[in-house]
Write a new protein. Structure first.
Length: 309
């Protein structure tokens, strides 16, 4: 009986040891398998003329070299698709506009590891200020300089071009502040959703729309697309939102390996230091990156709720 008991005990120890070794092997194998899978990065383009799609492959090559593993870069068709892609696990890294990030965050599908820095603008001239960066921006309402529209209340009865209802500067913030000014966006104005900011600006320039919602500095960013127009002469900023909008988030899957998160973070932080990195950042107007403070995005959630009321 004693021999049998000892034998059973020995077999149990052997079985436990084999189980532990097998478990360790499985964990190690899984990590090795995961590291062989391409990382999927997605971003929302600021315009739909095909120029950003052409830059996706060089950016993918750049990230592949810096991270030491294959990276695929794709463009989201709009704000909702990048949220869905993060939520479904099809995308590992998202360069996300603030409202899209908040939606993904609420679904526990994204964690911001960095926030972008943008060039600061002089609020009087609308021109970029050299060597000054900002972690937030405002929404702008643009109208023709000769429109005779001088205040938000003058927008009553007018036609306004906006971006997706998920866009912070292109819809959410100006809509909320119009409501606060006593303008009902569903009754007092006619809102028309368009694909991108150049299309919004074109519609105002040619008189199809009376105003448009854009991000601060849009005239600077897209000036090269309007060679026959002087955007600073032909358009004026009717209104700057009171609310500050946090910049884009560099977000990852919440369950991403911490070591990999650190690698991704280090690559983005180093991007301003080399030519290829700087060229990639220019796609979104990013000038640098800082550690993300998730609380900064709470204001977007507050505005989003008010816009939906």
């Amino acid at each position: 009986m004693k021999k049998r008991t000892k034998l059973l005990g020995l077999l149990s120890v052997i079985g436990l040891s084999v189980g532990l070794l097998t478990g360790c092997g499985s964990s190690s194998d899984k990590k090795a398998t995961d590291e062989k899978k391409p990382l999927e990065l997605q971003f929302v383009p600021t315009n739909n003329d095909g120029s950003m799609e052409a830059k996706a492959k060089p950016f993918a090559k750049y990230l592949t070299e810096k991270l030491g593993r294959e990276v695929n870069v794709t463009l989201a068709t709009d704000y909702s698709t990048i949220v869905e892609a993060m939520a479904s696990g099809k995308v590992d890294i998202g360069i996300m506009p603030p409202s899209a990030y908040v939606q993904a965050r609420n679904q526990k599908a994204a964690t911001a590891i960095l926030s972008s820095e943008l060039g600061a603008y002089n609020r009087e001239t609308g021109k970029a200020e050299a060597d000054k960066l900002s972690s937030t921006f405002k929404g702008e309402v643009l109208v023709r300089a000769d429109s005779g529209i001088n205040s938000l209340k003058d927008l009553k009865g007018k036609k306004i071009a906006s971006l997706s209802p998920n866009s912070a500067s292109g819809y959410i913030y100006p809509v909320v502040e119009m409501k606060e000014a006593g303008i009902d966006p569903t009754k007092d104005v006619t809102l028309t959703t368009v694909n991108d900011i150049p299309s919004e600006i074109t519609a105002v320039l040619n008189g199809q729309q009376d105003a448009c919602f854009v991000f601060e500095g849009a005239r600077n960013v897209f000036a090269s697309k309007f060679e026959k127009d002087d955007l600073f002469k032909d358009l004026k900023v009717l209104y700057l939102t009171k609310g500050d909008i946090p910049n884009d988030a560099i977000a990852v899957q919440p369950k991403m390996d911490k070591e990999l998160q650190t690698k991704v973070k280090d690559v983005f932080l180093a991007m301003p230091k080399d030519k290829e990195g700087s060229e990639a950042m220019a796609m979104w107007g990013h000038k640098g990156y800082v550690e993300a403070d998730d609380k900064n995005y709470d204001t977007v959630e507050e505005y989003t709720e008010k816009a939906a009321e």
